[in-house]
Design a protein around this ligand. Structure first.
Ligand SMILES: [Zn+2]
Length: 61
């Protein structure tokens, strides 16, 4: 499945980050998912349901 992820997975989100990429690394998995932008290093936290909706693709499981 291309929608399975874990800590350290590289993912592509549907919406692009202002810095110009949409690739993120998952840095925390729980009720909330924390992701870190691979370009600018900014981290954001999303409720898992919201994350699943915004997730486009898992690049590296
Ligand atoms: Zn960024």
């Amino acid at each position: 499945m291309d929608k399975e992820y874990r800590l350290g997975s590289k993912v592509i989100m549907k919406k692009q980050h202002p810095c110009g990429t949409n690739e993120w690394i998952i840095t925390r998995v729980g009720a909330d998912i924390k992701i870190k932008c691979i370009y600018c290093g900014r981290q954001i936290m999303l409720p898992r349901i919201e994350f699943n909706k915004k997730l486009k693709k898992v690049v590296t499981y």
